[in-house]
Design a protein around this ligand. Sequence first.
Ligand code: PA5
Length: 475
Amino acid sequence: MNLTDELKKALRLRVDYTNATDKYLGKKGFSDAKLNKLRPLAEKAHAYVADNRGKDELFMGWTELPYNQDEIVADILETAKNVREKFDTFVVLGIGGSALGPTMAFNALCHLHYNDLPKAKRNGPRFFVEDNVDPVRMQALLDVIDVKTTCFNVISKSGATSETMTQYLIVSDLLKKAGADLKEHLIFTTDAARGNLVKISNELGGVKSYVLPDGVGGRFSELCPVGLLPAAVLGIDVKAMLAGAAYIDELCKTNDFRANPALLSAVLQYAAMKDGKNVGVMMPYSDNLRFVADWYAQLWAESLGKNVTLKGKPCNAGQTPVKALGVTDQHSQVQLYTEGPFDKIVTFLSVDKYATPFPIPEGCENIPDVGFLGGHTMEELIQAENKATAYALTKAGRLNYTISLPEVNEFTLGQLLYFFELQTAYTGAMLDVDTYNQPGVEAGKKATFALLGKNGYEGQKKELDGAASDPKYVI
Ligand code: PA5
């Protein structure tokens, strides 16, 4: 993308929070006075993020990713070119932060039926992200790919994640059986020095590897090689994504929450949580942005869902993220949002200009329920439904606000994801929790180790076997 200053400005994302204020919601909305009371806390959160930028020891390396990867990006583009030339299929093996970002970018920036397009129209390898250990899904993947013409990008910081490493064991076994040179078919994205993928790479004689930087946690990793390599393989302009992130970063430099869109969004979410809005709905009105809601759900849930503050005080903080898709979920969940408990804040993601507006043909003129649609475009319809849903929620006294993207492209997606990372970092600081750890995920991981007989977990296995021998069934 040729990103002139004028174009950047035209592609700037916007946050409209009128529907969260008392102007339309009366007492159910936020007054200026109420939001202004949060100013000192917002400024403190902003200072925490600004002062700790780039600090690996605090897992804040993600803030610098738009600026410090020139060499890495050049290398990624070279590798992507080779992959595009040599392989028919590219598969990401990873989970959580290693999978949600690549899925989001693929869905946002590639054709929605990319894998079904003929090769000439795809202009890149078929693409799959495998983030589960459901055996049926694994078999299904293997039924549609040929390992001999597939490149596997194994993404795992630790190289100890059971799900990803199970997938690795399966594909490496198949590659060996097919007589393939593993090194040719594998790319690792992992820790620089530690971790099992480093050992495996050494054993295999040096697998092409990218570094998942020390100070970048999984859910903040989309703008490092975790996300950039798969995106580049798909022909996505990764430099424009990084430029979008840098652009919104610049717009969020001020500590005035009325002028800093990510800080404003954090203040709205924080105020909503304090008002008992324990559910945060993310509702993009765009199929391309559908998986932004999935990616955001992990970012928000894992970062803020904590049981102690940084000072060790019990808190049980966080807000349950709910993913919805406009307009699809108007016919599924909006009834609840409009009339159910007052426990939600809804964030709409709106798009000004869709890639294909798609005209609706005239027809059925004698049937008024249908005839009025002809002559409009699908873009007009989806935008009208977006506006109408926001209006209906507001009329029902429900907190909602809208983040608008002028269009969906690399630059705006880069802005959006960095915006949400900043919003999460600010909100975590306002809640005074450790935004970057995830101790709650460990218990389940350890129990799985025990159940599968990993050495050192014998005690826990006994406990789990005991529980399994005393089931309580209804029937
Ligand atoms: O956000 C996170 O840190 C997690 O979702 C991790 O990305 C996920 O658990 C995978 O871990 P790893 O990269 O070690 O395989």
